[in-house]
Ligand binder design. Structure first.
Ligand code: ASP
Ligand code: MG
Length: 406
């Protein structure tokens, strides 16, 4: 008998019929002889709706109160799901994040889990209960309710799986796994049977919005195998774990893309110590997160500095950078949202030459100009025009033979 943590996303519990469907799946796992802990998200768009409602009452609601409000979404789905399981004649109990022992710091809206006191969950399991936990939330030392950031029911599930030393964490949504690239963009994308934590983390960080990044980090830290599958069918999903068998022919595992990229270039920056700090420290202080940074080697002590930010942060970034550019004597400062990012990712690329060359060659044959390039050990990213991203995904998917089986 294993202990399994399952997590069901908002689309899987969006209405009464779907909640009953999820209840049947949970009962099946229980019937197979397992102990089951379930983490649920709020029904459908409940969280968005609650945030909207709050903004109609007060334009900038107090963060503590907002957390108290939005955390109710998960309480609703947890108790309804429990009632559905009772209706099938099985024992179950719903618990809030606080009751399940999810302790956090006091950073409302983005709280970090400090520990999981799993005593209550364990004792309910021992009584034979299926335990249904409200995701996305925890509680501070002073018993104030916090939420863990958007999409963080994934994180709740992995944290519980880690604390309970579960055999695995199964995450169910309306998609049935992780694909070589976004199947909505490229229909020939292929579902992966497995992917490593590191690869998955690079995929989500570079635009593949499949799962919450902090959940993957935590899963890796505690070696929790994470299965991503659908709650609407029984197709085999994708296992995110440590040991991924080497694919001999095909060392790129996936392609991530991101359209939410804006580029800022400061032209004619005097090249002397302290200049980069004088630009990036105020940006950090203004809460702008900077991604790719490129500075050219200078000619005659004048250089160009280029970096990217999310499009939603372009205005805030320009407001910070423009006056600084002026004060340091730079020629001008250009902000442009029409950029995108394309990345090839795979642990098999480590220490294997030729991937960058093949990527650049493929893009050039597709007539796509590369603006900036960044790499990690297992990723190569190019910044290209937003309008060319789709073509780039298609060309690279083919060039690296991701459409073919391993
Ligand atoms: N309901 C929360 C959200 O929409 C948490 C989650 O779904 O994971 O962000
Ligand atoms: Mg863009």
């Amino acid at each position: 008998m294993a202990l399994i943590v399952q997590k069901y996303g908002g689309s899987s519990v969006a209405d009464a019929a779907k909640i009953k469907n999820v209840a049947r799946r949970i009962v099946k796992t229980k019937e197979a002889g397992h102990k089951v802990v379930v983490v649920v998200s709020a029904m459908g768009d409940t969280t968005d709706d609650l945030i909207k409602l709050a903004s109609q009452i007060n334009e900038s609601p107090d963060k503590r109160e907002l957390d108290a409000l939005v955390s109710t979404g998960e309480l609703v789905s947890a108790s309804l799901l429990t009632m559905a399981i009772h209706g099938m004649g099985y024992q179950a109990i719903s618990l809030s994040g606080a009751q399940a022992g999810i302790r956090t710091d006091t950073e409302y809206r983005q709280a970090r889990i400090t520990k999981v006191e799993s005593k209550r969950v364990v004792s309910e399991l021992e009584k034979g209960n299926i335990v249904i936990v409200a995701g996305f939330q925890g509680v501070t030392k002073d018993m104030d309710v916090t939420t863990l950031g958007r999409g963080a029911s994934d994180l709740s599930a992995v944290a519980l799986a880690a604390a309970l030393k579960a055999e695995r964490c199964e995450r169910y949504t309306d998609t049935d796994g992780i694909y070589t690239t976004d199947p909505r963009l490229l229909p020939e994308a292929r579902k992966l049977t497995e992917i490593s934590y590191d690869e998955m983390l690079e995929m989500v960080t570079y635009g593949f919005k499949a799962i919450q990044p902090r959940a993957i980090e935590l899963a890796e830290l505690y070696s929790v195998p994470l299965l991503v599958a659908s709650s609407f069918n029984d197709n085999p999903g994708t296992l995110i774990h440590k040991e991924v068998s080497m694919e001999i022919r095909n060392k790129v595992r996936g392609i991530a893309h991101d359209l939410d990229v804006a580029k800022i270039t400061i032209v004619g920056v005097p090249d002397h110590p302290g200049i980069a700090a004088s630009i990036f420290m105020p940006l950090a202080a203004a809460g702008v997160s900077v991604d790719t940074i490129v500075q050219n080697a200078s000619l005659e002590n004048i250089t160009d500095l280029t970096f990217t930010v999310a499009e939603s942060q372009l205005k805030a970034a320009m407001a910070v950078v423009e006056p600084i550019a002026k004060s340091i004597g730079a020629r001008k400062c250009i902000g442009d949202p029409r950029w995108g990012k394309i990345s090839i990712i795979g642990t098999g690329m480590q220490n294997a030459p030729g991937y960058a060359a093949r990527m650049f060659d493929t893009l050039s044959k597709a007539n796509i100009n590369i603006q900036l390039i960044t790499t990690s050990e297992i990723r190569i990213t190019c910044i290209i025009e937003e309008s060319k991203v789709k073509d780039a995904v298609r060309a690279l998917h083919r060039a690296f033979e991701l459409d073919k089986d391993k």
